[in-house]
Design a protein. Structure first.
Length: 602
């Protein structure tokens, strides 16, 4: 299992039997205190508790001072030791007080139990599997497969969810028997491998609060503090820079708090989506040490194959982040700050407007159950009909979520059914029913339709797609990515502002522009919203650098059957490849590539 995770921690390895038949292991990416004092698994001597840990507790210095006042003594300068002492002193309350990203496991001999916990936003993944008298966990699915304890079988429900969304959704995974701990949750496990409890420790900010929301100055100060906290490092640190508002705000804040900033951009010379010129203007204005890595067309295929190998679960996204992560790592960085999360906090996606309007229309029409069934049955598989078909027959209280999913659907339900032969149970709106419950439980206040849409973007688009892919592909090259916009304190306070205020100017984020105007250069070249997209549309067409890979994967009947798909619908897509949206084609390439590489089958 540790060999399977060596890319996540190339600096050290440790394995300890912390109690009879209870083993903890760790691969360390050393960032704070590079000495052997930071080796894990680590023990707290007074309580006897052990920890293995992935992440960063950015408020560790503050927690350390408080714990020292309680009599704790520290042997290292790591945040790991502070997190362990926080558990020993406060238990679950100690986890709740961590301001950062983490997946951790603590064995507590006082209670004779193992505790797993995952950060509130879901920046770090945590997977587990169980059998008769055994329990195993890891930072990646591939490590649990490497254990030999889990059968390499595809989870049919997740395949359906993947086809609908283009990515997997917690708490189920692409492998049958492997589950993900949901964000902001902890689990308690007995020494015999019995799962005693899974519960929330973080309720989330998506509720109406009586207290007055923060003002601009307060939010700006929180953002600057978030950036400052994420500059703590004993290894080289820099930032991803696209030239967009979010990454520019992060880099400008880094310079404001006194950092000498190194920035990185991947450029595609001659292509419309090339972010190189915008990033270079910003870097020049802020006076960063800027590195631009240009990717020519004849270099694309080897890089893309590497990126596919980096994915821990299939995804139609993540390749762009792999490319910039690889460039940053090759230039000597171990930590990079990112503008991730700005779009979700401040409404940076055009599809949110469409989803809101669709939800408002359907709610105005009244009961949609029978009407939705009719549309789902007869609607075509493309254009507006595809979106309406995605709604199917839903309860009224799920109309906002149905509308959000309709705006994002990759393959509509009828096509998913054709490719799988039948739709597996326990899926609602293309999501696991457990995840739908998770979303509904977080929306406790009288939220507007737009507030709900932004919450869905935060938990689905960001939490299940962007964050998982970013963690996997950056850690594949041993790079830690830190997004200041996702600081738990900043997130909680920002979400106390109604989306009608916070998401003004959607998708061009006029509220965020006002928020960061005092930080960014006065000559900053504002531009319309442009996602961090690679030119897959051109690359997958006949004559493009990925056309051969597309033919190789979607033309392999053995691979299609191995993934549990019907061959005819896939072959039909391949025949019409020049007219099919690139995202559908690439999602299937990623799925088939992953099943072949990992030796997993239906």
């Amino acid at each position: 299992m540790l060999r399977a995770l060596s890319h996540r921690g190339p600096d050290d390895e440790g394995v300890v039997e912390v109690a009879p038949n209870v083993w903890l292991g760790n691969r360390r990416l050393a960032i704070l205190d590079l000495t052997s004092a930071g080796r894990m698994p680590m023990q707290e001597p007074t309580s006897g508790c052990w920890i293995t840990y992935n992440g960063e507790a950015y408020n560790f210095a503050e927690l350390r001072r408080e714990l020292e006042s309680k009599g704790f003594r520290f042997r290292s300068r790591t945040d790991t030791e502070v997190v362990l002492a926080a558990w020993a002193a406060w238990g679950v309350e100690g986890i709740r007080r961590i301001r950062g990203m983490f997946a951790l496991a603590v064995y507590d001999p006082r209670q004779r139990e193992l505790v797993l916990a995952r950060d509130p936003v879901g920046e770090k993944p945590l997977y587990y599997a169980a059998g008769p008298r055994w329990f195993a966990f890891a930072s990646e699915v591939r490590a649990l497969l490497a254990s030999g304890l889990v059968s390499p079988r595809l989870d049919r429900r997740t395949v359906a969810v993947y086809l609908y969304n283009g990515f997997c959704v917690d708490p189920i995974t692409i492998v049958e028997g492997i589950r993900a701990l949901l964000p902001g949750h902890y689990a308690r496990i007995s020494p015999e491998g019995e799962l005693r409890e899974v519960a929330r420790f973080w309720e989330g900010p998506f509720i109406s609060e009586a207290a007055s929301p923060p003002g601009l100055e307060a939010l700006r100060s929180m953002f600057l503090e978030s950036v400052r906290l994420r500059l703590v490092s004993d290894v080289p640190l820099g930032a991803f820079l696209s030239g967009g508002l979010d990454s520019t705000a992060v880099v400008a804040a880094m310079a404001r708090v006194g950092a000498q900033v190194r920035t990185f951009t991947v450029a595609f010379p001659g292509l419309k989506l090339d972010e190189g010129p915008s990033a270079k203007k910003v870097a020049t204005s802020i006076r960063t040490i800027h590195t631009e890595v240009s990717l020519e067309e004849d270099e694309v295929l080897p890089w893309i194959r590497e990126a596919l190998r980096a994915l821990d679960q299939p995804s139609f996204d993540g390749i762009n982040t792999y490319l910039v992560s690889k460039a940053a790592k090759a230039s000597g960085l171990t930590v990079a700050l990112s503008g991730l999360g700005g779009d979700e906090l401040f409404g940076g996606y055009p599809f949110l407007r469409y989803a809101r309007r669709l939800a408002q229309l359907l709610l105005a029409l009244g009961p949609v159950r029978l009407w939705g069934r009719s549309v789902a049955r007869w609607a075509p598989l493309s254009g507006p009909g595809k979106l309406l078909a995605a709604l199917e027959a839903q309860e009224r209280n799920l109309v906002p979520l149905a509308s959000y999913q309709a705006s994002q659907v990759l393959f509509p339900p009828r096509y998913v059914q054709q490719m799988l032969g039948e739709l597996p149970p326990q899926i609602s709106l293309g999501l696991p029913v457990e995840f739908v419950t998770f979303l509904q439980e977080e929306q406790k206040g009288a939220l507007s339709v737009l507030d709900r849409m932004v919450h869905y973007a935060f938990r689905i688009f960001l939490g299940q797609r962007t964050l998982r892919d970013t963690d996997t592909v950056s850690m594949a090259v041993s790079l830690e990515v830190r997004p200041p916009f996702l600081d738990p304190v900043l997130v909680r306070e920002a979400f106390r502002l109604p989306a009608s205020i916070r998401c003004q100017g959607m998708p061009n984020k006029s509220f965020e522009r006002t928020l960061v105007r005092a930080l960014i250069p006065s000559d900053y070249p504002y531009r319309p919203k442009q996602g961090f997209m690679l030119p897959f549309e051109a690359w997958l067409r006949r004559g493009g650098p990925l056309y051969g890979l597309l033919q190789e994967r979607l033309g392999d009947r053995r691979l299609i059957l191995r993934a549990g798909l019907e061959t005819e619908p896939v072959e039909r897509l391949l025949q019409r490849a020049d007219r099919v949206p690139w995202s559908r084609l690439w999602a299937l390439v990623s799925l088939l590539e992953w099943t072949d590489r990992m030796g997993v089958e239906a």
